[in-house]
Design a protein around this ligand. Sequence first.
Ligand code: G3P
Length: 216
Amino acid sequence: MKFFIDSADVKEIRAAHAMGCVDGVTTNPSLLAKVGRGLEETIREICSIVDGPVSAEAVSMTAEELVKEGRTLAKLHPNVVVKVPMGVEGMKATKALTAEGIKTNVTLVFSPNQALLCAKAGATFVSPFVGRLDDVSEDGMEMVRQVLTIYRAYGYKTQVLVASVRNPVHVLRAAMMGADVATIPLSVIQQLAQHPLTDAGIKKFLADWEKVPKPK
Ligand code: G3P
């Protein structure tokens, strides 16, 4: 499973990249607002750090405007993937951008039928938002399982990018299901490295190392 980092903060992206686990990056308007930097300069800097797909979100409301915005975003760097919002206009834009060879990531996907439409439109990635479904008492990862079942049944090429990941169990379940990608916040990536028995083991080894005779 590929790991993308879900962040527009270049410090966070550099930190995760240094761990050797970053295959790509996803951003959105909320993440950009959090760091208070413009989209273009941020995307360019991210592309200089990570050699992999970098999602930049288009925010127009019509297919025509989404396509125009998508073309501009795609010119920023060859690794840019245009994030398109789910919906009728988003599907039209996805079809048109795909026809032009521009990669797309359909965002804000909350049902298997929406994901089915994304595959039909030729999206490169589909982003089911698992945490936000959990927030409204639905099982987000169960939706991912349904999407994977449908895609495998018909051999759709659209990659399933598990988004709105909030905890290590989301990552584990995504990997067990064979999802193509999980986009993960830095805090959760760091949690993946943790285990209390690892900490206890390190403490014990360090304590015992003090007792080992050293050369004078
Ligand atoms: O990848 C989408 C993600 O940024 C949304 O996450 O936690 O705001 O639902 P969240």
